[in-house]
Design a protein around this ligand. Structure first.
Ligand SMILES: *[C@@H]1O[C@H](CO)[C@@H](O)[C@H](O)[C@H]1NC(C)=O
Ligand SMILES: *[C@@H]1O[C@H](CO)[C@@H](O)[C@H](O)[C@H]1NC(C)=O
Length: 496
């Protein structure tokens, strides 16, 4: 058989069509295969997975240019965001390239709100918080930290920086209810709750930006208080970062200035986060709450229910401490003057339960014999007007009724109330009553004799048979069943 030219051309066209079809179909399948095979290559090609956030540095003396240069030497495309509250002065010498940016957290009138949110500047899945004084020398170290984070079960991984103060692992217990942060040696190191010292910390960006205050300074303090509260662990890896060759804060003056500002920042942060007492391994305590010179840290109490109870918190530790100090002082004055007194109301209840002020109570109550008031110079003075004694305590007759009040100081109105009773036919009574369940008459035999009872760190006088005394005043089972002062407004069980 012979093919005509026309038939040959037709055959060629059909063959070409077939080839094109096969090729197109091959092309359609091809990319899926190649994506499957080379996924790590694809993500490496799509750029770094970590944004470096530099937050901890001083504007007046830092080694940020060296840090940023060392990062860019490892990877010229490394995203770096330097985070400051306001425009640093003197200005930072940063390379003018798109992957190095400055984020200013303080809003200004001319910028949109997003400009002051650091997450606006982060497009990667992970962030590394890198302190000033660090130098990147090992290629791929951030990527290795990412792998350690993905493979481990800690929410954060960290690498120490080889400065004079490299990071170490700590256990940290934060109690919002008690306003406390308790640091101790980490029994489970290198897995821990917090770090003390210089470290590069890596975590998922969505975790960082879901914290209450992601980048508050000092960053280590604020970060680990928040992550420990959420139960997130940090794994301290054994791959140190190098320290800067020209470390920041090289002069004594710069160090002094940085330390002073650091302390002020830390105190402001802890107050803002509602931590009033920090305790360290070894028992050292740091107080951040009210003192003799400040106002009381809660306002006027309405309905027997102080404001902090509505926030799910108990009496701030600084207030408990001031109440203990005032109670001990007042009892000392009364005993020296020969004024018979006894623990009353909630204070007796606390003493009976656990030898201390009830952890949510806001004052101390003592009963006294009215006929003994004249024995005490301060109480005589208070009858005439308010008296500030040589220790700074303020004695006065309370405006609300016939009782005395001793305040911690003129500015801090934490107080001990003294309720004068007198005996009438074997019953202790008084002339004015407040609308409190426990404010009732009682048989004098509870005071004959008075008995010593531990309270607030000293031995106080209490009614004998104080269990019956308390049940007479508050009702049966009151010692075993703690309750807030005004359960109709807020009850202990309801707030749990
Ligand atoms: C920290 O809290 C945990 C859990 O509440 C507790 O078991 C542990 O004893 C606390 N540690 C310290 C040092 O207070
Ligand atoms: C953010 O935190 C809240 C709890 O604090 C949690 O319920 C939520 O899932 C978190 N969101 C992300 C994106 O992790």
């Amino acid at each position: 058989m012979r093919l005509t030219r026309c038939q040959a051309a037709l055959a060629a066209a059909i063959t070409l069509n077939l080839l094109v079809l096969i090729y197109v179909s091959w092309l359609q399948h091809q990319p899926r295969h190649s994506r499957g095979r080379g996924s790590w290559r694809a993500s490496a090609a799509s750029g770094p997975r970590v944004t470096v956030l530099v937050r901890e540095f001083e504007t007046f003396d830092n080694a940020l240019p060296e840090l940023v240069d060392s990062l860019l030497q490892q990877d010229p495309a490394q995203p770096v965001v330097v985070v400051a509250d306001s425009l640093p002065y003197p200005p930072l010498a940063l390379p003018r390239i798109p992957n190095v940016r400055l984020a200013l957290l303080q809003p200004t009138l001319d910028r949109p709100a997003a400009a002051s949110r650091p997450q606006t500047y982060v497009n990667t899945e992970f962030v590394a918080l890198v302190p000033d004084g660090t130098r990147a020398e090992t290629p791929g170290q951030l990527e290795r930290m990412v792998e350690a984070l993905r493979q481990g079960n800690a929410r954060l991984v960290a690498a120490p920086v080889a400065t004079a103060n490299p990071a170490r692992c700590l256990a940290l217990n934060v109690s919002l209810r008690e306003w406390t942060a308790h640091y101790s040696a980490a029994p489970t190191a290198p897995r821990c709750d917090a770090l003390d010292g210089d470290a590069v910390v890596l975590l998922r960006a969505r975790d960082l930006f879901n914290l209450s205050v992601p980048l508050a300074r000092p960053l280590g303090t604020s970060l680990f208080l928040q992550t420990a509260l959420r139960g997130w662990a940090v794994h301290l890896l054994d791959w140190p970062f190098a320290a800067a060759r020209q470390p920041p804060l090289g002069t004594a003056h710069a160090r002094w200035k940085a330390e002073r500002e650091g302390r002020a920042r830390r105190a402001a942060l802890l107050r803002a986060l509602g931590i009033r007492l920090v305790s360290w391994e070894g028992g050292r305590l740091e107080w951040f709450g009210c003192g003799k010179e400040t106002a009381r840290c809660f306002g006027t109490v309405v309905g027997d229910t102080p404001s902090y109870l509505y926030e799910g918190r108990w009496t701030p530790p600084c207030c408990l401490r001031a109440l203990r100090e005032t109670a001990r002082y007042v009892v000392g004055v009364l005993e020296a003057a020969g004024v018979r007194y006894w623990l009353e109301g909630g204070s007796l209840l606390g003493a009976a339960r656990h030898g201390d002020i009830i952890p949510w109570d806001y004052d101390v109550d003592l009963g006294i014999y009215l006929e003994d008031v004249g024995n005490c110079e301060q109480l005589r003075g208070a009858e005439a007007g308010s008296v500030v004694d040589e220790r700074g305590f303020v004695w006065e007759k309370a405006v609300e009724g016939d009782f005395f009040r001793v305040q911690y100081s003129e500015s801090n109105h934490l107080h001990v109330d003294l309720w004068p009773f007198y005996p009438r036919n074997g019953v202790m009574t008084k002339d004015t009553w407040l609308d409190h369940r426990q404010d009732v008459e009682f048989p004098e035999h509870f005071l004959q004799p008075l008995v010593p009872l531990a309270f607030a760190g000293f031995m106080a006088q209490a009614p004998n048979n104080y269990r019956r005394f308390l049940e007479l005043k508050f009702g049966p089972g009151v010692i075993e069943n703690p309750e807030y002062p005004n359960p109709a407004l807020l009850s202990l069980s309801g707030s749990r």
